[in-house]
Write a protein that binds this ligand. Structure first.
Ligand code: 9MR
Length: 467
C-alpha cells in the first residue's frame, strides 16, 4: 500500500507524499514500522482492519459525515476499519454546488477523522453522470468537458497527498448486453471523456491510485464486465494513467455473488491494475449471508492484486438499502454472522500479498525556479518504440499566470497525444503551453502535463518560460 506505513495494530497510517528532502527519512521509518508490525501480533486477527493488514490489504467502510457524532457508529469505525470512503460528501454536487465554488467541509470532516485515526481514504468520485449539481446537469459539449476537467483538477489538487485511491470515473457503462457506454451528458462530450478525466487526476495528484469504478461488473461473462475490461486494456496499452478497477459488488437475490467472481478479479488484475472491492454489501441474513461474505473475502485474498475491501456502510441501518440488512453489524451495532465469516475468511484466507508498486510520480526540480519564473522537469516511461513523458511545471517565488515549456525531441520521435497542455508542432523543438485551468500557479506550486509519442522521448532539461 503506497502512502502508508503499517502501524503495530495493523492500521496503516496515511502519510503525506514524501518530498525529496524527507525521502530517506521516510524510507527509514517505513522499515522500522514494518518491523514493528511483524513483531507485534497481539491484536492480530481480532478486527477486520488488523486481519486484512496482516494480509497486506485494507478493510474499509463507507462513512457519512453526519454520523461522526454517533458514538456507537464511531466506536465500530475506529475499532474495525482502516480505510474510509465518504459515502456522498466528495460527490460533484457536494464539492462544487455552484460552478467554481468548492465546499469541502463535510468531506474534510471524514478525511480529518480518518487521518487522526490512522485510516486511509478512498476518494469517491470525481466524474459521474449522477449526483451532478444543477449547473452541471444543464451543461453540454466543450463547456461541460472543461467544467468536468476543472472539477477533477480542483478536487484532486485540494486533497493531493491525502487520498490512497480515487474513483476517478464512476458507472460509465450501460447495463444489459450491449457493452456500450452509458448515455450521459459527459459521454456526449466525446468518447475520450474518461481518459481525459484520468489524465487530469494524475496531473493533480500523482501519488493517488486512479480507479475506474462500476457495478454489475462482477460476473466475468457479462457484457458490461467485458466492456470495462476492454477499456482498461486499451488504457494500459495506450499509456492512459489507470492503476485500479473498483468492483462495487452490491449483491442480492437478483444479483448474487457470481460463481466466477474470483475469475473476474483475476482477469482485471492480469491487465496490470489493482482490483478493489469498493462498495460491498450482500442482502440477506444468517448463515447464507455469512457464507456469501466469506466467498467474496476468500476470492479477494486469492488474487494478489486484490488490495482491499470496502463495505458500503457499517450497521444495517446505515445502509442505502437498509431493508435488505446487507451489512456486517445490526442496527444496534452488534456483530452479525456475516461479520464472523468475514473475519474468519480474512484470518484463514490465502497468503498472497499484493505487490507494493507505487504509481509513477515526477521528481520536483533539482534547482529552484527563479523568482518570477518557472522550472520544468520531465520523467519518462519508455518502451521499445514509444514513450509517455510527464512534465512537472513549478512556479518560482512569485505567482505566474501562464507558462510555456520547450522540449527537444530526438530525430524520428513524434508526439501523438498531449494532455493538460497544448503543443506546437509534433517533432524536433516542441513548445507546450498551459490550458485554461492550469496556467495560474501561485508561488512555489506545481502542475503537471504529459504527452505520448513514438520513437525516443526527450532528453535534457526542458526550459520553462512564464507567459
Ligand atoms: O449510498 C449512497 C446513498 O446515500 C445516495 O443516496 C446514493 C445517491 O446516488 O448513492 C449511494 O451510493 C452509491 C455510490 O455512490 C455509487 N454506487 C452505488 C451506491 C449505492 O447507490
Amino acid at each position: 500500500m503506497d502512502n502508508t506505513l503499517a502501524r503495530a495494530n495493523g492500521r496503516p497510517v496515511t502519510r503525506w507524499r514524501p518530498r525529496v528532502a524527507l525521502a530517506s527519512v521516510v524510507v527509514g521509518l517505513s522499515v522500522a514500522a514494518t518491523t514493528l508490525a511483524v513483531a507485534s501480533g497481539a491484536a492480530a486477527g481480532t478486527t477486520l482492519g488488523a486481519s486484512a493488514a496482516e494480509k497486506g490489504r485494507y478493510f474499509g467502510a463507507a462513512v457519512a459525515a453526519n454520523k461522526l457524532s454517533d458514538a456507537t457508529y464511531v466506536g465500530i469505525l475506529n475499532r474495525e476499519f482502516n480505510s474510509v470512503t465518504p459515502e456522498n460528501e466528495m460527490k460533484i454536487d457536494a464539492t462544487e454546488p455552484q460552478q467554481g465554488q468548492f465546499t469541502f467541509a463535510n468531506a474534510d470532516r471524514i478525511v480529518n477523522h480518518a487521518r487522526a485515526n490512522g485510516m486511509q481514504v478512498r476518494g469517491h468520485t470525481l466524474a459521474w453522470h449522477s449526483q451532478q449539481p444543477g449547473w452541471m446537469q444543464n451543461m453540454s459539449g466543450s463547456a461541460l468537458r472543461q467544467a468536468m476537467l476543472n472539477h477533477v483538477t480542483q478536487v484532486a489538487t485540494y486533497y493531493r497527498g491525502k487520498i490512497h485511491s480515487w474513483d476517478v470515473v464512476n458507472e460509465a457503462f450501460a447495463d444489459g448486453g450491449s457493452g456500450a457506454r452509458r448515455d450521459s451528458n459527459l459521454q456526449r462530450t466525446g468518447n475520450d471523456w474518461i481518459e481525459a478525466a484520468f489524465r487530469a487526476a494524475r496531473a493533480a495528484d500523482p501519488g493517488a491510485k486512479l480507479c475506474y469504478n462500476d457495478y454489475n461488473t462482477d460476473d466475468w461473462s457479462h457484457a458490461k464486465t467485458q466492456a470495462v475490461y476492454a477499456m482498461v486494456r486499451d488504457f494500459k496499452q495506450r499509456g492512459v494513467p489507470i492503476d485500479c478497477v473498483g468492483l462495487q459488488s452490491h449483491f442480492n437475490a437478483a444479483s448474487p455473488v457470481p460463481g466466477n467472481y474470483q475469475t473476474t478479479l483475476q482477469g482485471f488484475a492480469d491487465l496490470g491494475v489493482d482490483v478493489q472491492i469498493t462498495e460491498l454489501d450482500i442482502e440477506g441474513s444468517g448463515q447464507p449471508q455469512a457464507d456469501n461474505y466469506g466467498r467474496v473475502v476468500r476470492a479477494c485474498l486469492a488474487v494478489a492484486r486484490c488490495t482491499g475491501i470496502t463495505v458500503w456502510g457499517i450497521r444495517d441501518t446505515d445502509s442505502w438499502r437498509a431493508s435488505g440488512t446487507p451489512l456486517l453489524f445490526d442496527g444496534n451495532g452488534n456483530k452479525k454472522p456475516a461479520y464472523s465469516a468475514t473475519l474468519d475468511a480474512l484470518n484463514s484466507g490465502g497468503t498472497t500479498p499484493p505487490p507494493t508498486t507505487a504509481p509513477p510520480s515526477t521528481p520536483p526540480p533539482t534547482t529552484p525556479p527563479p523568482s518570477g519564473g518557472c522550472a520544468a522537469t520531465v520523467s519518462l516511461n519508455s518502451w521499445n518504440g514509444g514513450f509517455v513523458a510527464t512534465v512537472r511545471v513549478t512556479a518560482g517565488s512569485t505567482a505566474i499566470d501562464g507558462w510555456a515549456v520547450a522540449v527537444t525531441l530526438p530525430g524520428g520521435a513524434t508526439v501523438t497525444n498531449t494532455w493538460n497542455a497544448r503543443g506546437s508542432g509534433i517533432s524536433g523543438a516542441v513548445t507546450f503551453r498551459n490550458v485554461e485551468y492550469n496556467g495560474r500557479l501561485s508561488a512555489g506550486t506545481t502542475t503537471e502535463f504529459g504527452f505520448q509519442g513514438t520513437g525516443v522521448g526527450p532528453t535534457g532539461t526542458p526550459t520553462c518560460t512564464p507567459s
